[in-house]
Ligand binder design. Structure first.
Ligand code: PEP
Ligand code: MN
Length: 339
């Protein structure tokens, strides 16, 4: 349920609305936008049938609407304006397109710093690199963990690029937050509810990948856990879902980009590296993501992809990445946006 305030509401009217919500044991989330101020009622209202009329009678209230979707705080019905997530001055969800690039996994200082310098030169604004790797097999490379985080910090120092890295367990949220500017929740953890809740309390923005088998509604409910915890800085990432098609690693759901942007105010980026799993498909699908309205991309880049310890078939080398950026820039420009 949302309470839409009159244009000229008084501060005390807003406080009264919030009080009335609190009195029912529910949470009130005021969203003060440029166009309008609304208060989202967060919690289960099914047992309080008189709630709607009580709020409608409160001074300063223009209208009370029920929200038809199970997710509330991530819904466009609650907040009409786009959320802009600011990561050390890099803005996701504003008009410009932001590209995050870097290796799948941090393997060494040399590999990470070299990649950071190269991707920055081509126009990436954030460095990625996994220190904790969620691998399908326990025998695969699991990441350098804390040492990997330290390497990412060095790469940030060398290039000035903010860093995004994955956190795979709730116990590591604080540690990863000390080293990283953005926390990534991977596809395999998209419904790890303790992790989502912990990230709701984190001080860092979150990239929330879509789960391999998540519907868009479930993905937005995963985002809801983070927003509900108080962290409003969530970037959604479409990274492909599992379908019957085995010719590609996953199926990047292009429809999900404009649809999710329509359903939610959160920024949405595309991940054509994991979405396709194939080097030759990364550039065309990156262009498709931007043409479909994505706010950015996350691309895997490695100095020598053939030697990569993880996701070797989908990582680009430096010159392939440079070409991708050039072509993506053209699509952005055609759409009246910049990269
Ligand atoms: C990654 O970004 O390297 C990764 C593991 O992604 P995903 O969770 O989308 O598979
Ligand atoms: Mn990867």
């Amino acid at each position: 349920m949302i309470v839409i305030m009159e244009k000229d509401y008084l501060k005390k009217d807003l406080n009264l609305v919030i009080d009335r919500i609190h009195r029912e044991g529910l949470r009130a989330e005021p969203i003060i936008g440029v166009e309008r101020t609304v208060v989202a009622v967060v919690g289960d209202i099914t047992e309080i049938p008189e709630m709607k009329s009580n709020l409608e009678e409160t001074p300063g209230v223009a209208e009370v609407q029920r929200i038809s979707t199970p997710y509330k705080l991530s819904s466009r019905q609650v907040q009409k304006e786009d959320t802009i997530v600011d990561v050390s001055g890099v803005k996701f969800g504003a008009k410009n397109i932001v590209v995050i690039a870097g290796p799948c996994a941090v393997e060494s200082e040399k590999q990470t710093v070299e990649t950071a310098i190269a991707v920055k030169k081509s126009g990436a604004k954030v460095l990625r690199g996994g220190a904790f790797k969620p691998r399908a097999s326990p025998y695969s490379f699991q990441g350098l963990e804390k040492e990997g985080l330290k390497i990412l910090s060095k790469a940030r120092k060398e290039t000035g690029l903010p860093v995004a890295t994955e956190v795979i367990s709730p116990e590591d949220v604080e540690l990863v937050s000390e080293y990283s500017d953005i926390l990534q929740i991977g596809a395999r953890n998209a419904q790890n509810f303790p992790l989502l809740k912990k990230c709701g309390k984190a001080k860092r923005p979150i990239i929330l990948k879509r789960g391999l088998g998540e519907t868009i509604e479930e993905w937005l409910l995963s985002a809801e856990y983070i927003l509900e915890g108080g962290n409003k800085n969530v970037i959604l990432c479409e990274r492909g879902i599992r379908t019957f098609e085995v010719a590609t690693r996953f199926t990047l759901d292009i429809d999900a980009i404009p649809l999710t942007k329509n359903l939610s105010h959160l920024p949405v980026i595309g991940d054509p590296s994991h979405g396709t799993g194939k080097r030759i498909l990364v550039k065309p699908v990156a262009k498709a993501c931007i043409a479909a309205g994505a706010d950015g991309l996350i691309i895997e880049v490695h100095p020598n992809p053939e030697q990569a310890k993880s996701d070797s078939p989908q990582q680009l080398n430096f010159s392939e990445f440079e070409i991708l950026m050039r072509e993506v820039r053209k699509i952005a420009r055609a759409d009246g946006r910049k990269l």
